[in-house]
Design a protein around this ligand. Sequence first.
Ligand code: AMP
Ligand code: MG
Length: 411
Amino acid sequence: MITCDSPGLAPLDQALESLLSFVEPIRDAQTIPLTEADGRVLAADVTSAMNVPPADNSAMDGYALRAADLADGDTLKLAGKSMAGHPFRGTLRAGECVRIMTGALVPAGADSVVMQENTGVADEGLIRFPHGADQGDNVRLSGEDIRAGQILLTAGRRLRPADVGLLASVGIAQVSVRPRLKVALLATGDELVEPGRPLADGQIYQSNSFTIATMLRRLGCEVLAMGTVQDSAAALRQAFVQADAEADVVMTTGGVSVGEADYTKDVLESLGRIDFWRLAIKPGKPFACGHLPSSLFIGLPGNPVSAMVTMHQLAAPMLRRLAGEHQVKPVRLRAQTSDVLRKRPGRTDFQRGLCDYDDHGQLHVRAVGNQSSAVLSSLSQANCYIVLEQERGRVEAGETVTVELFDGLML
Ligand code: AMP
Ligand code: MG
């Protein structure tokens, strides 16, 4: 494993692989109503017990008929109607048609539907079909969406709106999901003040608890906000002990950079097994991770951009794994940079970018705002990362770069 005890910086992909190997997915499950299922992680595969649609039905308003009946004439006798929720009870006989509405059952004996616009009334009780019909026209077949016995969604799926609808469409009203992770979140630093209070000389408002808590909630976690802890061994120790007792995961921001690390390190190492990483990622070099007696510990850097980027790129995959979720690959695209991008080889750089297509369909990206890891407004303005490979140096305007579109955790 590569940690800060190893020489050099840990490349991002290797570090992530190592970090994920620290994490054992939770095994617990709970049953919840479908109305609360959005964003929850499925604990088991879900199989459909039925066909969707359950029976053949019409895709159009018009007339149900037997296509072959229109081979030698264009007029059929109206035998009744089939409305959505009120099917035609009989069987269609030769030479007959049935008025039918969208979603209504196709009557026994009928094999196609002719849309209203292609029909005419010949005489009372007689309908004309001047354009004929082909078997199967405008009929939605039973099971064409979902077949009985089919696996609908697999364990580890984080449910989205369409998934919730899919479950509803097969009559499922409850699902078995993993419990929400309880994450205790604490900011560290003597300089930090909570918004809403007056600011003295040398103090700043703390923002990390707000960015990280918001991202955690979007990841489906329950956040235990533990406020700001002073940079003192006693205060940190007490906070970590309490957080560990209450949460599945303890997360901190700040206090893991050079100079401070030894200090937080002593406290953490007296309580659990924590590794301090120097990652080849910019922003966000310092990162700590390991185990307290009954929780996973993740220490994010203090700089606001570094905290969010490491939360997004490293902590979120770990939390997804712990929560039993499949890993999701971010969407990465190739774009042409409109700006010169300053970079030195050595670390993978996540610059903040704004990308857009031009009139010719070419994707362009420009760096937004000040790229310092302390400048949060750049993340607020961006819609993507410009991901610059570890060994890459300065990038000239017009070169092709990789962009990673912000997902629902960031936007
Ligand atoms: P640290 O990692 O504790 O050395 O912090 C690095 C930088 O991030 C310092 O400038 C801190 O003042 C700043 N910082 C640390 N925690 C926070 C926070 N919760 N909100 C905003 N800035 C912070
Ligand atoms: Mg600090």
